[in-house]
Design a protein around this ligand. Structure first.
Ligand code: BGC
Length: 369
């Protein structure tokens, strides 16, 4: 064997070792969707961390992580069975939302000189794709190293959007980090904004509100909204309750006399992380003083929607039977900005044929004393 071949062989072995799966993956049935399509749930385990992801809405159903004493708890809101998810089309617990995460004003946008109309489902606006969005679809799953990849094909004209859109959402566990990789492609010019809509409660789901959690968001700007939560532009966080550049408990200013907080009943806004797309950066850090759990969110997306569960109202009961009251979970939805198709100055959400869009988000868990 020549030296070149020896080097090549050892490089191949080294890269195989580098990609050897460290997390284990199992699958099981999880009931059926409303039309009787079977739903499966995948369990990914890495040490003490366990993520369960189901094919209905490609949703995170549970996420167990240790607290400062090593005690494991489930830090996301959700239901114990499909009946719970089918009875609740409003909260989007754990789901991948699309085609367009967050709102499109009046359900209208213009692309290549043509106006498109999509369903309105929220105060006359389109929210998370409109009715029958990706959260309501049964995705196709494939086991991959350290996790599962979910695929959904949305037909040309689905919900009024142009182009056949193919979305791959890959969930993998790496130590205590849950990584989500999105790949979105289309056969015609279209728009898309795909994100995960998990509600976190770092004290454990069903363990009270999230107001004591200490949040850092390293962003100088955010997108203020009008009365129906559509962005009006970009503004500085300086001197406002939206300035989370220094660690601040959510409850410190959430009920401050501030028009933006009044409109949304708390935080429900997009923070501008960057106007360039594609570089990995920290989006947010949340420290839960009760459990010692820390969540760090990093993303290649330009924005993050920080939503404090203001519209939860106690009418739904979660996995352990506890009513999910107002502000008992927070979302950090890494994304492009809401209503971007109607804001030429926001980073574009257009997807063109032959140019798949990739993005990555990491939810990393650690603890503090
Ligand atoms: C939106 C909220 C909405 C919630 C649940 C969030 O992404 O910003 O306004 O209530 O999703 O639908």
């Amino acid at each position: 064997m020549t030296w070149a071949r020896v080097i090549l062989l050892s490089m191949t072995i080294a890269s195989a070792a580098a990609t050897t799966a460290l997390a284990s993956v199992t699958k099981a049935p999880f009931g059926a969707s409303a039309d009787g399509t079977p739903v499966e749930i995948y369990t990914i385990t890495s040490g003490k961390v366990e993520a369960r992801i189901m094919t209905f809405g490609a949703r995170i159903v549970s996420l167990h992580v240790p607290d400062r004493d090593g005690k494991v708890g489930d830090v996301v809101l959700g239901y114990k069975d499909m009946a719970g998810y089918l009875a609740d089309p409003k909260t989007y617990f754990g789901a991948i939302v699309g085609r367009y995460g967050n709102r499109i004003a009046k359900g209208k946008f213009t692309l290549d000189d043509k106006e498109y109309t999509i369903p309105v489902n929220n105060n006359g606006q389109s929210l998370h794709g409109g009715t029958s969005g990706f959260d309501q679809k049964v995705w196709t799953a494939k086991e991959v190293a350290d996790g599962v990849e979910m695929t959904l094909v949305s037909n040309d004209g689905d919900m009024g959007y142009p182009g056949t859109l193919t979305v791959h959402t890959k969930y993998t566990l790496h130590g205590s980090a849950l990584r989500i990789d999105y790949t979105v492609s289309s056969d015609k010019n279209t728009v898309a904004n795909i994100t995960n809509h998990s509600y976190f409660n770092l004290s454990g789901e069903g363990h009270g509100d999230i107001l004591h959690d200490v949040v850092t968001i390293p962003a100088n700007r955010y997108t203020p909204v009008d009365a129906v939560l559509i962005p009006t532009g970009i503004a500085s966080v300086e001197g406002t309750p939206f300035d989370f550049r220094k660690p601040t408990a959510i409850g410190t200013r959430i009920d401050a006399a501030n028009d933006q907080l009044k409109i949304a009943g708390g935080y429900d806004h997009n923070w501008v992380l960057s106007t360039s797309v594609g570089t990995m950066k920290e989006a947010a850090k949340v420290v839960d003083p009760q459990s010692g759990r820390v969540l760090t969110v990093s993303t290649t997306e330009p924005g993050v929607q920080f939503y404090t569960g203001n519209f939860l109202d106690g009418s739904t009961h979660g996995k352990t039977g506890v009513a999910y009251e107002k502000r008992t979970g927070f979302c950090l939805e890494t994304q492009h900005f809401p209503d971007s198709p109607n804001h030429p100055d926001f980073p574009t959400t257009e997807i063109k044929p032959g140019h798949p869009y990739h993005s990555t988000t990491l939810f990393t868990f650690s603890t503090e004393k």
